[in-house]
Every structure is written in structure tokens, then in C-alpha cells.
Design a protein around this ligand. Sequence first.
Ligand SMILES: Nc1ncnc2c1ncn2[C@@H]1O[C@H](COP(=O)(O)OP(=O)(O)OP(=O)(O)O)[C@@H](O)[C@H]1O
Ligand SMILES: [Mg+2]
Length: 234
Amino acid sequence: MIAASFHQVTRTYGAGAGAVAAVRDSSVDIVSGRFTVLCGASGSGKTTMLNLLGGLDRATSGSVVVAGQPLETLKGNALSDFRARHIGFVFQAFNLVPVLSAYENVEYPLSLLGVSKARRRARVLDLLDAVGVAQHAHRKPGELSGGQQQRVAIARALATRPALVLADEPTANLDSTTGAAILALMRDIQRARETTFVFSSHDPQVIEAADDVVRIRDGGIVSVERMAAAEASL
Ligand SMILES: Nc1ncnc2c1ncn2[C@@H]1O[C@H](COP(=O)(O)OP(=O)(O)OP(=O)(O)O)[C@@H](O)[C@H]1O
Ligand SMILES: [Mg+2]
């Protein structure tokens, strides 16, 4: 099954002679239940591609389809509603809400969707346990280490059981030991919960852990390498 796809997507910033094509004429399928890494040098277009997949940015031309829905057909609130239901984000800088506890940060996306208090509680406790910070549920982000904050951010991204979890260099702000632990955690969760993860990274450790590797250069996709099992599920 295909979780998301780009169909001849171009994203141009600016106009005229100064225009930059951050993504150019790119087509790729993201296979469901797998761990895909977008890799390429700085400025190659990784963040732009993730933002397009997550509906945070719009393609200049072409189509971005997530869970069967072409995002360019969604306007205004329909796009933010779609994002809240179907897409989870993990950011390089964690982006937790500083005044909310770890528990409340994970609960927040569920409250937005109107999930009942009892179901929210069960889901939040399960996720905080899965990412190994259940004992710190009451702490605010400023009272947690970087690795712990990223664990909470992962739990938050998974809270709504999204079709797609997007992570922009999620280990870049962590030391290598913590980064490796976070990577292993995400790998385990992705497998156990059959979630679809798309990461951007230029970290060889992350690329090594991927099922599928999409290599990008100057906004274009130069290759897509998939493990044999992915070909079978296409
Ligand atoms: N808002 C913007 N306005 C103009 N140009 C932009 C904008 N955002 C990105 N770009 C340009 O688009 C290209 C791709 O940027 P992008 O941020 O997607 O790269 P990246 O692969 O994520 O890089 P990094 O590894 O440094 O995060 C770059 O040339 C960048 O300068
Ligand atoms: Mg980037």
C-alpha cells in the first residue's frame, strides 16, 4: 500500500531570475508501514519535501497525495483538519509547548480532535510508557533532557495514530549516543505499530536503519533504494 506520493512535484520560491526550485519535478511513492529516509546534502530540498508531504507548504505544480487525498484540493481549515488527523510531526528542535507537562503535550493533539478524557488518558499513558518517559509525565519540557524531550515529541506525533509520521532530522540536536537511542526507539515503535515514518537526514546511522532511502540532489530525486520486502508490498 502507498501511504503518500509525489506526482511531478515542483516547489519554486521567489519569481523571475531569482527563483529557486527547492523541489523540481519529483515523483516518488512512500510505502505504508515502512521507514523511509530522505537524504541529501544541505540545501538539497529535504525540509521542503517534508513540509509538502505534511501539508505545511503547497506545491507550485504537481500533486501531493497522502492517505489517498490530494492535498492541493484541500483549502484552509480542511487542510489543517486533515493534518491534525492524519499527520504527526517530530521536529529537530522538539517544539514542545513549554507551559504544558509531558502528559499534556501528548494529550493536546487528542483534545483537538475531541477524543474523550478516558481514551486520551489511556493513549497518553501507553505512549509515554512506549517511549520510556512515563515516570516524567508531570514534568515540563524545561525539566527534561534533550533526549527525553524528543521522546515526548515522538509520543505526541504518534498520539492520533497518524497515517504518516514526518521527522525533520530528529537526531540532529542530540549527542551521538542519545541520537542512536532515539533512532532505535523510533525504529522499534515504527515496526511494532506498523506506522509509516518519513525522516530527513544526512546521518549515516539513520540511513543505515531505513527500509527505503530516497536520495535527493538539487531538489530532484536521484534514486530510490528499497529493501526487497517493500517491493513485495507495493
Ligand atoms: N522560504 C524560502 N525562500 C527561498 N528559498 C528557500 C526557502 N526555503 C528553502 N529555500 C531554498 O530551497 C532549497 C532547499 O531548502 P531545504 O530547506 O529544503 O533544504 P534541506 O535539504 O532541508 O537543507 P538542510 O540539510 O540544510 O536542512 C535551498 O536552496 C534553500 O535555500
Ligand atoms: Mg532541512
